[in-house]
Design a protein around this ligand. Structure first.
Ligand code: DAH
Length: 344
């Protein structure tokens, strides 16, 4: 047996392989059923000096195994390096920016209102934006020809009976009528309202109000003050002070204007509160006798209070937004700066 020749040959063959597949072919060539080493193994029975033969055979086998293992490792490493090379991640590259949405700031303010009112037992209800004159005006103490209608001029659809609601207050009348004058009412209704206005930084022909109504027995102005005070503290901070100024609405008597102490300057005076220390956030009052009666509630048994907050106004003040059109322009560059404001 030409041991040295065989070892030289197998070493060369193994050294020259370029892939695991080729390496396995060589393995079959040597150790397969008809392989060179297998044949040599079979030849032991005819050997004259079996011991000598066995030792030489072992040398060949070892040489094969050593060369095979070395090559296998080498090829495996090559494979891994190739993979690493192709999957290389450059961690110094700037990350790809993923467009992540955020709640609209106006929507968020409305949801905050809803959360606080719901925790006080109020239901959130809806009403139509295309409204009947009867609900928008008449049942609220504004008969046709009433001068106060001028301040709430809106978009009329088909004659003068159907209009885009000029406030969310018609939901008060709708809710009371639906309850049939028999059950207490405790609702808020956030929603869109419309007015014939020239749009500018503080006026929009479409805007959002958060209407509220409670009807029950023995409801007084002090209940309104208490409720609004708690709500404002929860929404604008515990140190918020509320103030009520006499006002006039046709559907409440007495009527008030609701102010809160400026959360920016805490009442000292700044540009947000126009140096007054106070910010007006809506109107309210004790539900008018005629409104209760017109909507099926006996005013000698029932009483209530109502309010309307300006949602954009609250959002603008809370987040320092100076132009109401920001909410409606759908310009991401403008809106983005208010995204996730509260988590900063
Ligand atoms: N609807 C009024 C407006 O648009 C706001 C308002 C004032 C609503 C007093 C009320 C209220 O419910 O009681 O100016």
């Amino acid at each position: 047996m030409e041991k040295d020749i065989i070892i030289k040959e197998l070493s060369e063959k193994i050294n020259n392989v370029k892939s695991i597949q080729e390496l396995n072919d060589v393995k079959v060539e040597y150790t397969g059923k008809k392989g060179i080493i297998t044949e040599l193994q079979n030849g032991i029975k005819d050997a004259v000096d079996k011991k000598e033969y066995g030792m030489t055979l072992n040398e060949i086998k070892n040489a094969f195994n050593d060369a095979f293992n070395k090559k296998q490792e080498e090829l495996n490493n090559l494979e891994i390096n190739k993979k690493l090379e192709s999957e290389k991640i450059d961690i110094t590259l700037p990350a790809t920016e993923l467009p992540v949405g955020a709640p609209s700031i106006l929507e968020k303010v409305i949801e905050d209102f809803e959360d606080v009112f719901m925790s006080m037992g109020y239901d959130v209800v809806d009403g139509p934006e295309l409204e009947e004159d009867r609900f928008n005006f008449e049942l609220l103490g504004l008969p046709k020809g009433h001068p106060a209608r001028d301040a709430q001029d809106t978009f009329y659809v088909k004659g003068d009976e159907l209009l885009m609601r000029s406030h969310t207050s018609p939901v008060q009348a709708r809710t009371m009528l639906a309850k049939g004058g028999k059950e207490p009412v405790r609702i808020i209704c956030p929603g869109k309202a419309y007015r014939r206005d020239d749009d500018d930084a503080t006026h929009s022909h479409q805007f959002t109000q958060i209407e509220g109504l409670i009807v029950d027995k023995d409801i007084k102005l002090s209940d309104l003050k208490g409720t609004v005070t708690v709500i404002c503290k929860r929404l604008f901070g515990e140190d918020t002070v509320t103030r009520f100024r006499p006002s006039y609405y046709q559907f409440t008597e007495p009527s008030v204007e609701m102010d809160i102490s400026c959360f920016n300057c805490k009442g000292k005076g700044c540009n947000i509160c126009k140096n007054t220390g106070w910010i007006t956030i809506g109107g309210a009052g004790v539900v008018h006798y005629d409104v209760l009666k017109g909507c099926g509630y006996d005013p000698s048994i029932w009483s209530g209070f109502a309010f309307g907050f300006g949602a954009e106004r609250c959002a603008m003040l809370k987040y320092g937004i100076s132009d109401i059109r920001t909410f409606y322009n759908v310009d991401l560059r403008e809106v983005k700066s208010f995204d996730r404001k509260d988590s900063e």
